[in-house]
Design a protein around this ligand. Sequence first.
Ligand SMILES: [Zn+2]
Length: 131
Amino acid sequence: MEWTEDQVLALTDLWKKGITTAKIAAELGTTIGSITGKTSRLGLPRRPSPIKGFKRHAKRRVKLPKNAKKMFDLTDDQCRYPHNTPGDKDFHFCGKKIKPGSVYCPEHHRLCYSKIETRKMSDASIRYFQK
Ligand SMILES: [Zn+2]
């Protein structure tokens, strides 16, 4: 479709308000494909992925504690769970006492391994249904 300036403004506005692509398409009398094409040409920010919860968790910044550990401060019995983005000023490691047999403290061990266990479980259930 030919986009008028008003339609582009309306699209930009609705997009920024978080209105769904389908609703914007209906509002402007066009197709979803036309909306997504136009928003990418306009360079509008991409829509957050549906796996929001996980992303929000991953992005959550941890305040730099007083006794923050850098890689070379860590001894063998300290948790190596990284906080924040490597290279940033507030990047540090957890540094709590590790769970025996793990490189993480009990809390972070659970955090890291429960995800893997959940995946293993779903792989197993996929195999179950493929039989
Ligand atoms: Zn830890």
